[in-house]
Design a binder for this molecule. Sequence first.
Ligand SMILES: NC(=O)c1ccc[n+]([C@@H]2O[C@H](COP(=O)([O-])OP(=O)(O)OC[C@H]3O[C@@H](n4cnc5c(N)ncnc54)[C@H](OP(=O)(O)O)[C@@H]3O)[C@@H](O)[C@H]2O)c1
Length: 297
Amino acid sequence: MPARSKIIILGARGRLGAALVRRWSADHEVIALGRADLDLLKAGEIESKLGAHAFDALVNAAGITSVDRCETHPEEARISNATAPEIIARVCHERGARFIHISTDYVFSGAGRTPQTEDSPAEPANIYGATKLEGERLVLAACPDALVARVSWLFGLDKDSFPDRIIKTALVSDHVDAVSDKWSSPTYAEDLADWLLHFIVDRRHSSGLLHLCNSGWTSWQDYGQCALDIAARLGLPLRTRTVAPISMHGFSEFIATRPPFTVLDTARFTRLTGITPRTWQDALAEYIAARYLRRPQ
Ligand SMILES: NC(=O)c1ccc[n+]([C@@H]2O[C@H](COP(=O)([O-])OP(=O)(O)OC[C@H]3O[C@@H](n4cnc5c(N)ncnc54)[C@H](OP(=O)(O)O)[C@@H]3O)[C@@H](O)[C@H]2O)c1
């Protein structure tokens, strides 16, 4: 791999894709492709759209990430999350390009209470998870050298996510609540960008499934509470400092079933790189300071 690689990022306007583009552009030639440049649903165009570029590596951070939309649009979910990634994997394999595909903790049923390794059996509880799992399998069959990185509860500077919903609600309302009986590990997109780059630059030959998230795990309620504690310490004018618990089963807005416990075990990542991810609390504190203490230019 050349020191300065040509890297295509798909899903370049998404939460993760935008972070990869921003963090990697100084040292690499990044080709940022959004939906308007390459639409996963137009499967017949994928090969020629990618053929227009010379590249050493490709990261697929695109896909339908709304769990409930996948439930109501299963065919769209299957194309975006499974059959289109298979085509992309085949193109990368034929060109000898490094392929990193992003997957999810939602491939697990969530029934257990211990962190899931890459060898743990995957039994998705909904169509999002099922299509992502199918995508993993199709990608690795079409491109056995690919790396499939499962991540969980992404948050990042480029697009709002759960902690922003909690903080923004607490800035205008005296009531905030969040689900207390669902657990996973938050993942800071900035950290993930640094971890993934290892697998393009130094560890190009690592392949198969890999779990990536910040250390530790939490419920949505405790995650939100931690976000409010940090925001309060930073002096944000919150109207409440407490996140009240609600049960997942009483949450009528959900269409798809959510898996309760999908904590990822990152031991394989540490074995491969020597890196132990920092805790999600440390990452969250850095994020909230960076996002909410920004001064107007
Ligand atoms: N967010 C999480 O908490 C989470 C958790 C576990 C795993 N993941 C995985 O991490 C990856 C990145 O997630 P994210 O949070 O960055 O998601 P995101 O912000 O929703 O970004 C996904 C991107 O994919 C694009 N996209 C959707 N359908 C497309 C299509 N038909 N053709 C081309 N592009 C399309 C979207 O474009 P538009 O902006 O035009 O819609 C969006 O920019 C995904 O593989 C997701 O499954 C995310």
